[in-house]
Design a protein around this ligand. Structure first.
Ligand SMILES: [Zn+2]
Length: 264
């Protein structure tokens, strides 16, 4: 029997169709990660048209995995906790019955362009969706002393638990910055799994300390999106993705004034 495989897509803000070029909802956002709402809907339709089974992170980790497809299953995730998770992404996901996990930087709840507590709770009330942690302040965990890192992990976990009542919480590392020791600390703190921004294919029984994801970027054309879903084509585009993702992370870090702590 073939080992089940999954691709984890990583989205950020979903952008209204009438937004001007380069628009961002919050100082946390990088426009290169913004995907237009119409494009996003087309991408969800594309998954359906091409026979990709969409599965929740919960079901995948729990071993409830769709069988019989030669294509990898697809898991949809969002980082940061933008208001567009609730206003734009959720209605599209619901209309296609696509499950998703929203990783939220809890310290940003209620700030400009970000979800507030009420929106987060309403998202989590929907059985299609779950909430994960993206840290508390979005500082890169690898740049923090161990005590601050632990505090960041504990505070975010407990806030999500108390707001949603979810017991199993997954972590997506801000900026994709994670190390073996920080992943171990996160697991010890109570996180079920750690997701990275390292592109790759998730295999059944894969490493829960390091779940790979594929960033969906503004620059991705419909053809790029299809290639993203085809591991056989990755060798030809991996360099380009890594370059694009690094540029985005670097400009975000510069925007937040943490240049001295960033080493790409
Ligand atoms: Zn982030």
């Amino acid at each position: 029997m073939k080992t089940p495989r999954a691709l984890v897509l990583m989205y950020h803000q979903i952008v209204p169709d009438d937004a001007p070029e380069g628009w961002v909802p919050s100082p946390l956002a990088d426009s290169r990660y913004g995907v237009g709402v119409r494009t996003f809907a087309r991408q969800m339709a594309c998954l359906r048209e091409h026979g990709f089974a969409t599965v929740s992170l919960d079901d995948w980790i729990g071993g409830r995995i769709p069988e019989g497809s030669s294509s990898p299953a697809v898991i949809v995730t969002f980082d940061d906790g933008y208001e567009s998770d609730w206003t734009l992404a959720a209605p599209v996901l619901e209309s296609f019955s696509v499950p998703a996990t929203f990783f939220v930087s809890t310290g940003y709840l209620g700030s400009t362009g970000m979800m507030d507590e009420d929106q987060l709770c309403r998202l989590s009330d929907n059985p299609l969706f779950s909430i994960g942690s993206h840290g508390e302040t979005h500082r890169f965990l690898t740049s923090l002393p161990e005590d601050s890192c632990r505090l960041e992990l504990v505070r975010s976990l407990s806030r999500i638990r108390s707001l949603t009542g979810q017991t199993a919480i997954d972590l997506s590392a801000p900026g994709g910055r994670i190390s073996r020791s920080i992943a171990a600390l996160a697991r010890k703190t109570g996180y079920r799994s750690v997701l990275t921004s390292k592109p790759g294919l998730l295999r059944d029984g894969g490493d829960m300390d390091s779940i790979p994801r594929l960033p969906v970027l503004n620059a991705h054309s419909p053809e790029d999106f299809l290639r993203l879903l085809d591991p056989r084509s990755w060798a030809f585009q991996m360099d380009r993705w890594v370059r694009m993702a690094k540029q985005s992370v670097r400009s975000l870090a510069l925007g937040l004034g943490v240049r001295d702590r960033v080493r790409m």
